[in-house]
Design a binder for this molecule. Structure first.
Ligand SMILES: Cc1cc2nc3c(=O)[nH]c(=O)nc-3n(C[C@H](O)[C@H](O)[C@H](O)COP(=O)(O)O)c2cc1C
Length: 240
């Protein structure tokens, strides 16, 4: 079975609610080299002194958000999920070390960054803004739990581009890319835990609508997983 058939067989389609938000974006795909004004260079993340056992134990899917992310946090999450190490290697295991996955960030609220849809560029550790403006009100409706998407400050979306991986591994390449994205998402979730943020992995979204909102070329790139994140809601201490 081809990866597309498998993907379509398991896609959520929207039965009710708003129409596809950005059906036309494919026609206006951005140039390969974006305007320099749309490129946000991120700082390399600073040291994270963590006890791995304690960090893994503290990770939870948190769905209550309060406030935006800082640019340093955003950069740290992107780096953990999809960045490059000092020796130029992927931070995550990658099937055949091929360019089969990508990370996107829809920013609703982050200090020092305009709201917008960005593609993370691992090689330069930068975010490239897509020309279709701020994510807007339609974005939460791309997720089955629209309420959670409305409250988060950033939606990290993992896409796969199976052409090269399936050329090498045939249909099994689709599996490999899903596994690879799982590694990436876990890195992101652990980094969010280290920063004491709230983050929740999300597989519940409307496939074609989310692909269209990102500007994925149909049949070539598809969203497969997301993490919604934001500052952690502070819990008031109990009254004395
Ligand atoms: C593949 C996958 C998809 C998930 N999709 C959603 C989702 O769409 N919405 C949601 O609220 N949580 C989602 N979760 C989070 C799980 O509900 C959560 O991991 C589980 O309840 C265990 O809680 P914990 O992560 O705090 O250990 C998903 C988790 C995984 C692994």
């Amino acid at each position: 079975m081809s990866w597309r058939a498998m993907h379509e067989e398991t896609s959520n389609t929207r039965l009710l609610g708003p129409k596809s938000p950005a059906g036309a974006v494919h026609e206006s795909l951005p140039p390969l080299l974006p305007d320099e004004r749309d490129v946000v260079r991120l700082e390399q993340p600073s040291a994270m002194p963590v006890d791995l056992r304690e960090l893994i134990g503290r990770r939870r899917s948190r769905r209550r958000f309060q406030g935006g992310l800082s640019l340093a946090e955003l950069g740290g999450l992107c780096w953990a999920a999809a960045g490059r190490t000092e020796s130029g290697r992927h931070t995550h295991p990658s099937a055949g070390a091929l360019p089969g996955t990508a990370l996107w960030v829809a920013v609703f609220d982050a200090d020092g960054l305009d709201d917008g849809v960005y593609r993370y560029v691992p090689e330069s550790h930068a975010l490239e803004r897509r020309p279709w403006g701020a994510p807007g009100r339609i974005w939460p409706a791309l997720f089955v739990d629209a309420g959670m998407a409305l409250r988060c400050s950033c939606a990290f979306v993992f896409t796969i581009r199976p052409a090269e991986t399936t050329a090498k591994y045939q249909g099994r390449g689709y599996r490999f890319l899903l596994l690879e994205v799982g590694h990436m998402a876990q890195n992101l979730l652990l980094a969010a835990t280290a920063y004491e943020l709230a983050a929740c992995p999300v597989g519940g979204f409307y496939d074609a609508d989310l692909d269209a909102a990102l500007g994925c070329l149909p049949g070539q790139e598809a969203a497969v997983y997301a993490v919604l994140a934001g500052a952690r809601e502070e819990v008031s201490p109990p009254c004395a």
